[in-house]
Design a protein around this ligand. Sequence first.
Ligand SMILES: [Zn+2]
Length: 483
Amino acid sequence: MSEGKFTFLFSWILAWSFFAINQLTITYDYLIKKPETIYVLTDSSEVDQYQDLKLDKNNIGKESGSNLVVNCDDKNYWNNISFKLNENQTSAILQFPRTPKEQNLGSITLNIYPMNAKVNKSHGYRLHTITKQKLLIDEEIQTVELEILNQVKEKGFKWFVEIEGKDKKNKECYKKKVFTLDIENFKNFKKIEPIYKDGIFNPVDTLFFDVSIIGEKKYFEIFFRTQELKKQHKNLPPPHEAGISLLEKTLNTIDGEYVEETLWLRNRLEGDVVVGLFGDVTSSDLQTMNKIIQTLHLVAPQLNISYSNNSYFVNLPIHFLPCSEFISEKSIGCMEDRYIGLFSHNHSSKVNTKEKFGWIWVDSSRSKEMRSHVLVHEFGHALGLRHNKCYDSVMSYNSLAPEMGHFSHVDLTQLRILYDPRIKMMLGSDNVIKNLNLNESLVGEYRNNDHEMCSIKNSLWSDLIEFQKGSLTIEMLYQNKKK
Ligand SMILES: [Zn+2]
């Protein structure tokens, strides 16, 4: 939270249905698509010791006597399940001593999760590899295709496979790690790519846009219009003293107290920023992203921000996944801590091009409006904004504030300062005050007046706010600015 390591928003909820690996083959054609939720907490640094649980062939098929134990939690049953990978090293073959149904199980799942998945150790792509898959309860032999994201493929990295049984009342009766996957023993790594839909992003903002789709003439027209839009930066309201005092504060709990937050080396986006939205993404999410990009053309014209449908080029990935119990427990703790979005800042000096500017997670089980709010809020963190107590701000931690899906006066005033082209390096507020010719004593006054610093408004921001809210098109925004 502090230093933008990760940041929260309230609330939480259920439902997990992404990246289903569901494929059952061999003799069965039946397939269940809906993984379910549940978790177990294991030390994420723990290295799994379970290997191929050997099938005790002597026991299989010989338990037909009348003294047969058929309890869900019967260790003898679980110890005699065989688990191995097929020859291609892509699928798991499971053999049960008898069908899970005959063992009085209500359901059985195969759970996969990566080592070191906790948010402070992980990168965002790992979220997509935390999956559960329902197995059939009336088959003794089952083959399940397993899939792991190519983006998280690393030497020495491991994924754990766990088997979990529940009784007929849906109560967990057994859970055990049965296998460890790594790049040596497993071959089914699949890439995930950002979601892209035609007609949403400005062609000029789309990395490697195929110009032949709209023709060169149209493309260059849009190109020059975008350049013009950037030039309108000079017509924005000048930097405002209240912006400094807002930038220097944050709060870590809803309706909490302000804490000081230095501007010294504040994280900012710089140079070539390539965004991609992954997972459970809708057109509305892409539209919100497009509005953020257009807004930044005006507020931060020096920023070269674009969208790509190729993960190779993305350096600020945004992951849309529902907060499930399993994801929460294995990684981001979204249920426990009741939050619905986060920004994880890349503190590493090691150049990680995949996440050069960090990564964002948005709880995709939320409404369209809430997702838009969360995306803008978390992107605000990526841009360098922190929380405030203002009513009218997307970064507000005021419980009375509405959940808006745009940058308000309060937010734009801060972005205006953070992205003023005169500031080459963020060397603290004194340096910023000097460089932007601001009035130091006025800044001091705002610092001591929570209400006043939230009240700043400038009608010159109105068009940009209306554009973000959808009441002005980009053409109208451009026309208005041109006047
Ligand atoms: Zn936040």
